[in-house]
Ligand binder design. Structure first.
Ligand code: 8IG
Length: 270
């Protein structure tokens, strides 16, 4: 009698990816993970020297990067006495590869030993006075994707999902940092002006297409979560101009040194 192969669970798949990561990077354990979102890539060099850089597709369970300005690479960076695991791109929910694919990097980071994760993104800003190129700490989120990375009766608590300790630390590093509630829309289209008004009425200050599912998976895995948004554009209907991806990339380029300085100083204190 033959036995059909049993498909690995997402957690087993992440453990396999973490084992391969250790082999390819020569780094047995990583301590802190970072996921770089739209506009954050130019900040990566400030984090330190890369010990190794691999393609995401070298690891089991990862698919190729799909967005301009996102590089499908993973860097292992030695920073002080810490090993940073930096994802230079992410898989977005709107790619249609499923929620497990979206959070696979987060679960891989947890399996690789990371106890904290810094989730960054580029997004639209709603608060009066916010300007493109401004970083904002995520204080909480509203997940409008209607889905979860967790399957089954595992009722994970999301109180203080975005670590108050890490947010306070960021403000010690830069006391001009504001906070806001991040609203994840499914995308890939931007919101209508009416949807942006809705997000504001719901209590949101930032609108984007990532982060919340990853934060949930990170909490499930027991990691401490820091979320930082780069407001790359005023949300639709607020500026009088249409939105475009080039403005997002430009906001990242011009904010790179501030974001790099912020990330490296924050990571050193985690
Ligand atoms: I960068 O204004 C970036 N990503 N949903 N809305 C949404 N996602 C975004 C936006 C935005 N800007």
């Amino acid at each position: 009698m033959t036995h059909a192969a049993v498909a690995p669970t997402p957690y087993e798949s992440a453990a396999e990816a973490a084992a391969r990561l250790a082999e390819l990077t020569g780094v047995e354990r990583h301590d802190i993970a970072l996921v770089l979102g739209s506009g954050w890539l130019p900040a990566v060099d400030a984090l330190g020297e890369a010990t190794a850089e691999i393609d995401t597709t070298d690891l089991p369970g990862f698919s190729a990067a799909a967005v301009a300005g996102h590089s499908g690479k993973i860097r292992s960076i030695r920073s002080g006495d810490r090993n940073l695991l930096v994802f230079l791109s992410r898989t977005h929910y709107y790619e249609g590869k499923g929620v497990a694919a979206v959070v696979h990097p987060v679960r891989t980071a947890a399996a690789a030993g990371c106890s904290a994760i810094v989730l960054t993104n580029g997004c639209g800003g709603l608060k009066e006075g916010w300007q493109p190129g401004q970083p904002v700490l995520i204080s909480d989120h509203i997940n409008l994707t209607g889905t979860s990375p967790i399957v089954g009766a595992n009722f994970v608590d999301l109180t203080d999902l975005y670590s108050p300790r890490l947010r306070a630390m960021c403000k010690e590093v830069d006391d001009s940092l504001d906070e806001g509630v991040y609203v994840q829309f499914p995308g890939p289209h931007y919101e209508t002006p009416a949807e942006v008004r809705m997000a504001g009425i719901l209590g949101g200050h930032l609108v984007g297409m990532s982060t919340t599912l990853e934060a949930i998976a990170a909490r499930e895995a027991g990691m401490e979560v820091l979320g930082i948004s780069l407001v790359t554009n005023l949300a639709a209907g607020l500026s009088g101009e249409p939105l475009n991806h080039e403005e997002v990339l430009e906001a990242g380029r011009s904010a790179a040194s501030r974001m790099g300085g912020l990330l490296s100083r924050v990571v050193a204190r985690i």
